[in-house]
Design a binder for this molecule. Structure first.
Ligand code: LLP
Length: 426
């Protein structure tokens, strides 16, 4: 990070794994497994570091709900003065439930429905990131119907090639579905300036996720600043926000996370003197390292020369290994000192259900607890009920206190919305 070692929310005290001041074994014993455990101190640390790195210019941090929309996390972000970035009516609702006001909320997303746009206008959000001319026109008519003026920002596709961990998490290259193609932005800007019920207040981009290099941010910011000048020349007088998205990477294995010092040195000067306020929408950076998945080993099995560890968590709790080939460090909560080469798999009826393949790790047996690291971002939010598995519980730790912040789903939750007999049958 260029500013010392990242603070660890998870550490060992005489071999016993702790989240801050609380034993992970103790929490799992009381709350059961599979279980997500979040470190409040880590979230505070990341938020504060990023905020400090941007201190040279007027700025705002809008934590992105899609990384982890747990209410306790949202309230923590709010207590630190952060805003949020939401991409659906559901996330907007969650943000409001957690106490965020309209002015704290940015609304984005490539396929917003008319109902969602209406919800965002009614909530009087800070701005709505529009991704096409058609969306700009729809938003104008919705704001007109509501007798309101909506604040609009244009999501630009900066068309910058990036290095990221997986194709699926690149979003700002030429031809991607996201944003307005770079060459079309001025035209869409002109359309927006003519809309009677809209005020063009911002420009936005998002390059992709899990980025470790600074140069794409520099290049993208330059492109947005250039567009800003062109739009001002066309009469845009109200552009205030320069939203450069999220994407800052974290360490899962041996990756080098972005150097925040260099980020400040290379990106902030581009914003200085423009009169614009810099906005970032970080997700993974704030919560990625702050979460752990705790699972219990059910069985060991040997098949075709391979050793399997069968755990009570799998792709339903953590989709990232099977969906993106993502690496998550796994340790025994209580380490024996021995190691073995194993596949760690879940109980789901899919061969793609794994947490780690061909991994040299702590030797474990039935009943042992596993700690799967760095699942705070895109862990619980991407979990599912596949195989009719109730979603896991979530716990937050703060110092020497811990609390259940999401109850484990019950069996009756699984059928709560089902209508057993279609009405036409009666
Ligand atoms: N803003 C926008 C418009 C985004 O699309 C995203 C993430 C973010 C901000 C936050 O990006 P972050 O700071 O978290 O990198 N499920 C994938 C990641 C998908 C990211 C989607 N967009 C994964 O597990 O790696």
């Amino acid at each position: 990070m260029g500013q010392g070692v990242l603070t660890a929310g998870f550490s060992r005290v005489d071999n016993a794994l702790h989240c801050e001041g609380v034993s992970v074994e103790r929490i799992a014993g009381e709350a059961g497994t599979p279980l997500f455990v979040y470190s409040a101190a880590t979230i505070r640390d990341r938020f504060t570091r990023l905020d400090a790195a941007l201190e040279g210019v007027p700025h705002r941090l809008h934590y992105t709900l899609k990384a982890n929309a747990n209410r306790a996390i949202l309230e923590l972000v709010r207590s630190m003065g952060g805003g949020v970035d939401v991409v659906s009516g559901g996330e907007l609702y969650r943000a409001q439930q957690a106490g965020f006001r309209g002015e704290d909320i940015i609304f984005g997303g490539v396929g917003k429905t008319a109902a969602e746009l209406r919800q965002a206008v009614e909530a009087d959000v800070l701005f709505i990131n529009a991704e096409s001319e058609a969306e700009v026109r729809l938003l104008d008519s919705i704001a007109g119907e509501l007798g309101m003026r909506a604040r609009l920002s244009l999501r630009v596709n900066p068309e910058i090639t990036i290095e990221s961990a997986h194709e699926y998490i690149k979003t700002g290259e030429k031809g991607h579905k996201f944003g307005i193609p770079y060459d079309d932005v001025v035209h869409v800007g002109k359309v927006a300036l003519q809309c009677r019920n809209l005020t063009l207040v911002g420009l936005d981009m998002h390059l992709g996720s899990q980025l470790s290099r600074i140069d794409p941010y520099r290049a993208g910011t330059q492109r947005l600043v250039q567009l800003h000048s062109e739009l001002v020349a066309l009469g845009a007088r109200d552009i205030r926000w320069l939203d450069i998205g999220g994407g800052l990477g974290v360490r899962y294995d041996s990756e080098e996370p972005p150097d925040l010092g260099r980020f400040g040195e290379e990106v902030l000067p581009l914003v200085e003197g423009t009169g614009l306020t810099l906005v970032m929408e970080p997700g993974r950076f704030i919560v990625g390292n702050a979460g752990m998945l705790v699972a219990r080993v059910l069985y060991r099995k040997r098949s075709g020369g391979k050793d399997y560890v069968i755990a009570d968590a799998g792709m339903t709790e953590l989709l990232r290994p099977s969906h993106y080939g993502a690496y998550h460090r796994i340790e025994a909560v209580i380490r024996s000192g021995d190691t073995a080469r194993v596949d760690v798999v879940g109980p789901i009826c899919e061969s793609g259900d794994f947490l780690a393949l061909d991994r040299e790790m702590d030797q474990v047996g039935p009943g042992d607890l596993l700690a799967i690291y760095d699942v705070g971002a895109y862990g619980a939010v991407m979990s599912s009920n596949y195989n009719a598995r109730p979603r896991a519980a979530e716990v937050m730790v703060d110092g020497d206190r811990w609390a259940l912040v999401t109850e484990r789903e019950s069996l009756s939750d699984l059928v709560r919305h089902e209508i057993a007999t279609p009405s036409w049958r009666s």
